[in-house]
Ligand binder design. Sequence first.
Ligand code: CA
Length: 660
Amino acid sequence: MPVAAAITVMTSCQTTPVIDGDYDSYPAYKGDDLEMTVSENATNFTLWSPTADSVLVRIYNEGIGGDAVETRYMERRNEREPWRASFEEALYGKFYTFSIFHNGQWLAETPGAYTRATGVNGRRAAIIDFATTNPEGWENDVRPALDKFTDIIIYEMHHRDFSVHASAGNQYPGKFLALTQEGTRSPQGEMTGIDHLKELGITHVHILPSYDYGSVDESRPDSAQYNWGYDPVNYNVPEGSYSTNAFDPATRVREMKAMIQALHNNGIRVILDVVYNHTYINDGSNFSLTTPGYYYRHKEDGSYADASACGNEVASEREMVRDYIVNSVKYWAEEYHLDGFRFDLMGMIDIETMKAVRAELDKIDPTIFVYGEGWAAAAPVIPNEECAMKANAHMMPGVAVFSDDLRDGVKGHFSQATGRGFATGAEGCEESVKFGVVGAIEHPQVNCELVNYSKAPYTNHPTQVINYVSCHDDMCLTDKLRASMPGADEKTLQRYARLAQTIVFTSQGVPFMFTGEEIFRDKKGVHNSFCSPDEINAIDWSLKSSNREQFDYYRNLIQLRKSHPAFRMATAEEVREHLQFIENTPEQVVAYTLNDNAGGDEWNQIVVAFNGANEAAEIEIPEGTWMVIANDGSIDLAGSVQIEGTKATIAPSAALILAR
Ligand code: CA
C-alpha cells in the first residue's frame, strides 16, 4: 500500500541517538498508556517504536475484512518518544491496527503487542469497554483460601481434552464455558466437568495456554481442530476458539472470566500456562511488526536465537521486554483474577525477570503461585547463571520448578518409551525418589551424587518444587506404563500407576497431575499430541466407570494429603527436623518416617514405604501398634486394620503407609 514517506519530527534535545539494532540505545517508555486508551470522549494511541520512520494507525468497523474507515499518521516529539495519535471520541466497537515504515518499507498491519481485545484470529485490536465484560457477581469474586503453596494440588488440563468428548455430557464442549456447567454426568451416571474436579478434590486447575494463539483458525469453529496452544500471538487476549463467538471481542473475555468465577465459586483456583519464551512467528509477530528485532535474542550472525526450538527466543532481559512480561502477568492476575502462572520453558527467561514477576504478584496477592519448566529446549544465548533454570531455583524465592528428577526416577525416561523407573521395577532409582520425597532440598540422608539428573539440591524450601510423573508432554502415564511394561495386564499397570502417584502425593512439595490420569485415560501411545485430533486427546469419561477403583484410589490419596499436614511441610527446616529415612532397607525400597506430629499433624508418627520390586519386601519400623493407612494398592483413611511389632511387609510394586 503506497503511503508517502516519513514525517519524522526531529528535535535538537536528543542525547543518545537511537541506532537500529543497538537495542541498548532504545529509550524505554515507562508510561502505562501503551498502545491504546479510551475514555468517554477520547481514544489515544501510543506506539513504542523507536526505529520506525513513520507510523500509521487505521480504524476499522470490522475485526476482519473491509477497508479502514480512517487512516492517520502518528506523530512523535522526538525519536526518544513514542508515537501518538488522538481521536476526540470514544471509539468503542471499532477495531484498529498499526503499521510502521522501517528500513524503507511499510511492514504488515499489526494489532500491536499490548492489545487486550481483538477480533477473530487476533488480526485487529478491538476497542471495548471492559466494564461490560464482567459476568454477574464478578465484583464479589474472590480467590479461594490458600494458606501455603504446599497445600496446592494441581490438575493440568486442556479445554478440549476435558470436555469435548460426548461422554462429558457438556453443553459447551471444548469451551471456556464448559467449566461453568455444573451437574454434568457421563452416560454411566458418573460426575464429569466441574463436579468431577470437586469429587476428586484438587485445589488448582492449570489450563494449557488460553491466551490468543495462532495454530487454530478461530473463524472455523465447527471444523475439527486441536492444538495445545504453545504458539502465542496476542499475549493479553483470551484465545478465541475457546469462546462461543470469536468474532465478538468481548465474548471471549466475558466467558473466560465466567470460567474463573465458576471455579472460584466451587473452591478451585485457576492457573494460566504462559509462554513468554517465544512467539508463533518471527518477522511477522506483533513484536517484530512494532519494534523490529528488539524483543528477540539473536546469534552473532544476526539470525534468530532459538532456545525454544520453536524458531525464536524472547529477550526477557531487555528493559521493555521485562516490563512487558511483568505487566502482562499482572494484567491477567488483576483483570481475570487468575491465581497462578506456569511459565513454559522458564529456563529461557532471565532470573531478574522472574523475580520481578514474583515481586509484582506479591503486591496483588502473595498466594498467587508461580512455577515453570526450569529448562530450555537448547542453550539460550544469555549465560546459564542468569537464566531461570532449575539449578538456579534457590536464587528465585517464591518461584517453583518442575522436578524431572522425581518424574523420570519414578516412571523412567520421558522420551525413551520402554525405559523403566522405580515404580516399574528399575534398580538404582532409590536416591532420585528420596530427592523427590524431601522436595529437592538439602537433606543429610539424600546423596545427590546418586540422583539421576541433579547433583545438588535446588530449592530453598519444598514450596519451590512441583512433583509429578506426567503432564501433557510426552507419553501420559498410562501409555508410558503400557510401553515400558509390555505384557502386563491393565490391573497390574494400574498398580504401577498407584505406586507412582502415591510417591508424588506423599512427597514434600507441590503435587501435580495430568487430566484424566485418575480414570486411567491414555493418548493411544502418542508422545507429542500437540496437534493430534480429539480421537487421541479427548478423555472418554466412560472410563470413570470401568476404572472406578482407580479413581477412588486417587481421590483417597488426595484426601490423605489434604487431611495430613505432615505431607505438606512448607520449610526445609521442618522437613529436615521431622522426616527421617529408614536405613538399611532392601534394594528398590525407599522408606521414611514423619515424626513428632510433623507439620502439626494429628498423627504423631507416620511410616511411608515404597517397594518398587515385584516381590514383597520387609522393613524395620519403630516398635508399637500402627494403623494401616495404605497397603497393597488400596487406601483406608480410617486405618481400621492395625499391626504390631518392629517389622512390616510391603507388597510388591506398592506403597505401605502406617500411622499412630
Ligand atoms: Ca487464536
